[in-house]
Design a protein. Structure first.
Length: 318
């Protein structure tokens, strides 16, 4: 159980010490079990969205973090970080549209904030507002043009308490990933390559590198460039020293042929299951791909928008 800080001087430290469980809501909400169904909330294929089914104890921790963030904003609305962390804390709870509203209000005070646009873009994508998300990422990169990059503070701590992504890296990465949603596979590839080439990326074959390789393989494959797809995986191997992205490593190794379908099928995570579905899709077995993609969407509280958008493309082709 993490320490609950109540003094105002400890607020910023409390932001940086969120429990590791928040990774479920923030980075891969599709893996969270479903809780109460959200009113009027549904995925792109019409299945219901739910609040993440956290335990009562863990939900209390998240709600305390949210209360701290609200108090910080009440006390210091003149600080950019106050708006950022309230929005992020809402996002950890799966309340993406509320988070978007907070970031939007923050941007009224700080219209040139690339940080607020970065986080609003991410939550817009989670709210299935893909074009608006892409616009935020693009504008944020423009705003960063003459600004030195820096590591982005994590709302959760990994095993080494080491931030892995920078603001510019994440903007390129998420702009590329979100381009998948709108069927712009050239921009998917361009975004991932731009992310890989960021100078502050310490190890392009580590945690960030395996995620990039995963999406590059998908992007190049969808563009019909099998050689580039294979090249994207060339530096990936099972012995990479990773901190957190083992789901992406498994996906990349599966694409590379170093993990069998039977082994891969044992992993229920959205990233692993999406890799199998995309392999079926690329092999021309759209029925199998659609069935697995729909299972991914139905399994998670927040659906899984990459699977949802690919289902819509499959159905449009029929």
């Amino acid at each position: 159980m993490k320490t609950i800080f109540t003094s105002l001087t400890a607020l910023s430290l409390a932001w940086a010490t969120a429990p590791a469980h928040a990774q479920i809501a923030d980075r891969d909400a599709a893996l969270a079990p479903a809780g109460e169904t959200l009113r009027n909330g549904q995925t792109l294929i019409g299945t219901p969205l739910s609040e993440p089914g956290f335990s009562d104890a863990y939900r209390r921790e998240l709600e305390i973090d949210l209360a701290i963030a609200r108090a910080a904003l009440d006390l210091a609305p003149h600080r950019e970080d106050s708006w950022i962390w309230l929005g992020r804390r809402l996002g950890y709870l799966g309340r993406f549209e509320e988070a978007v509203e907070v970031f939007t209000q923050g941007l009224e005070r700080f219209p040139d904030s690339y940080k607020l646009r970065r986080f609003r873009g991410r939550h817009l994508a989670r709210s299935r507002q893909f074009e608006a998300a892409l616009a935020d990422y693009t504008r944020a990169l423009e705003l960063m043009d003459s600004i030195e990059d820096s590591f982005e503070p994590d709302g959760i701590a990994n095993a080494y308490n080491l931030p892995l992504g920078t603001f510019r890296f994440n903007l390129h990465y998420y702009r590329g990933q979100t381009s998948f949603a709108v069927g712009d596979f050239e921009s998917l590839v361009a975004g991932m390559e731009a992310a890989r080439n960021q100078p502050l990326l310490m190890d392009p074959t580590g945690d960030m590198g395996v995620a990039i390789a995963y999406w590059l393989f998908i992007g190049h494959s969808l563009l019909g460039d099998e050689e580039a797809a294979r090249d994207a995986l060339s530096a990936i191997h099972a012995g990479l020293p990773l901190i957190e992205n083992r789901n992406y490593l498994r996906g990349a190794l599966f694409f590379k042929g170093e993990i069998s379908r039977e082994e891969m099928d044992a992993f229920p995570g959205a990233i692993e299951q999406f890799a199998i579905a995309m392999a079926d899709r690329l092999a021309g077995d759209n029925d199998a791909a659609e069935a697995r993609l729909e299972a991914i969407v139905r399994a998670g509280a927040s659906g899984f928008w990459p699977a949802e958008t690919e289902i819509l493309r499959i159905r449009a082709e029929r």
